[in-house]
Design a binder for this molecule. Structure first.
Ligand code: ADP
Ligand code: MG
Length: 246
């Protein structure tokens, strides 16, 4: 198992949000997590990523044999966990190029690799951007500053392509995307799909899953997984709504 979550209970400001969530993700698997607004999907992502403000009151998370909850946020990323955010933040004053290169070099250092110099990085980043149909001009802009919803999401996927993480979690990567942007995002995700890398796709819509085929689909309700199945579960939810889940 790459990731094993057992009986996870999480509170925010004393309010229970996740109430006994268990999830196992094997190597090379893509899992989709669906569920109504407020069911706890982003909370799960935030807990995995180590965002402050989420109190784990019970349960465990083992990632690559490590006790994830005891790892500081930064080292979770260095160990290969990546969260593509539902709402990427704008950081004025920090250029996208500077941010991406610092991120990549930090990871390379941790892996004992030499830093990439500016010219080599630029060339490599441009190749990855071409795969996503992103204009290289986006490197010069402030990180996410004034990016449209679709451009922000594509920039998240660019980070993922540059880091090649072992566990990718994408929180509503499809929300606010037009069909073209969705196809480019899906292409980026599918490019990284391989036998050693696993992904968690948080989504409301079956549409994303017609471009990125999941191995397993889970339905989250009131902080726990109430049904799991193959991709036909997502198709059923699209037809019948969450009311069809008992
Ligand atoms: P989803 O992503 O499935 O829509 P979330 O995980 O964002 O759901 O939220 C689950 C519940 O937790 C919601 O009722 C939400 O209001 C609450 N919640 C999440 N984060 C916070 C927070 N920082 N403060 C207070 N309540 C929160
Ligand atoms: Mg959410």
């Amino acid at each position: 198992m790459l990731l094993s979550i057992k009986d996870l209970h999480v509170q925010v400001d004393g309010k229970p949000i996740l109430k006994g969530l268990s999830l196992d993700i094997g190597f090379g698997e893509i899992h989709a997590i669906m569920g109504q607004n407020g069911s706890g999907k982003s909370t799960l992502g935030n807990v995995l990523a180590g965002r402050p403000g989420y109190q784990v009151t019970h349960g465990s998370i083992v990632f690559q044999g490590l006790d994830l909850l005891s790892l500081p946020v930064e080292s979770r990323s260095l160990h290969g966990l990546f969260l593509g955010m539902q709402y990427p933040v704008e950081v004025p004053g920090v250029s996208n190029l500077y941010f991406l290169r610092a991120m990549v070099n930090h990871h390379r250092k941790h892996q004992g690799l030499p830093e990439q110099d500016a010219a080599a990085f630029l060339k490599w980043a441009r190749q990855k951007m071409a795969l996503l149909n992103m204009d290289p001009e986006f490197l010069k802009r402030g990180l996410n500053v004034g990016f449209s919803g679709g451009e922000k999401k594509r920039n998240e996927i660019l980070q993922m392509l540059l880091l090649e993480p072992s566990l990718v979690m994408l929180d509503e990567i499809d929300s606010g995307l037009d069909i073209d942007a969705l196809q480019w995002v899906a292409k980026g995700v599918n490019l990284l799909r391989d036998a050693s890398r696993s992904m968690i796709l948080i989504t409301h819509y079956q549409r994303l899953l017609s471009y990125i085929e999941p191995d397993v689909v889970h339905v989250l309700r009131e902080g726990r997984i109430v049904e799991s199945g193959d991709k036909t579960l997502a198709e059923r939810l699209e037809r019948e709504g969450y009311g069809s889940v008992s």
